[in-house]
Design a protein around this ligand. Sequence first.
Ligand SMILES: Cc1cc2nc3c(=O)[nH]c(=O)nc-3n(C[C@H](O)[C@H](O)[C@H](O)COP(=O)(O)O)c2cc1C
Length: 216
Amino acid sequence: MPPFNLKETDKLLTTTRAVRRRLDFKKPVPREVILECLDISQQAPTGSNRQGWRWIIVTSSEKREALADIYRRGAGEYLVKSQDEAAANGDNQTERVYSSAQYLAENLEKVPVHVIPLIKVDHMAKNPPVTAWAGLMGSIMPAVWSFQLALRARGLGSTLTTLHLHNANEAQDLLCIPSEFMQVGLLPVAYTIGKDFKPAKRPPIQNIVSWDQWQD
Ligand SMILES: Cc1cc2nc3c(=O)[nH]c(=O)nc-3n(C[C@H](O)[C@H](O)[C@H](O)COP(=O)(O)O)c2cc1C
């Protein structure tokens, strides 16, 4: 017998989507739920067991408005142009993603909670080698994903976004983040409208897996 209920576990892993249009802007999110999900995320791995993570939870409406403005300026024309490009190529899935991303950009301040994951960068050399970058991002993104999974299991949704990082310094000042911490994204968090999400279409696994050596 496997140690977990595989049906439920696999469902959680395969249906945790980037949620944007189905975020419930009206339903309050208790602080304890966010804290519980972040607490769970702290079981994620970190390089050298450094655990150099910090999390800023933004619920102030003024600060969410300011972050949304920073985000929209970061997005610029990118989302609209990418949507048009996908439509011209007949790529429906990508077109839907950009249309939904545009919706999020337009409504970001309405999402009740913004979560900003931070990772300590004070040990990084100038022009860091690839091992340092892999170690850095690999020491925060597993926790981010665990947080998103824990949210999903409780009926909340989120999306990992990075567009506000075009103006990361502005958010750094707004939230008084010390310079030795780097923001790696912004997760808008809310309860979802409905709980049913489906696995996305992805390429067949045999097209992207090689055994023992690279194969085209
Ligand atoms: C590194 C990274 C950066 C992302 N940045 C953004 C973003 O800035 N805005 C956004 O709306 N979605 C962003 N996404 C979400 C992706 O668009 C989304 O994960 C992808 O379209 C697949 O959809 P799914 O997660 O529902 O399968 C980002 C995802 C990742 C992994």
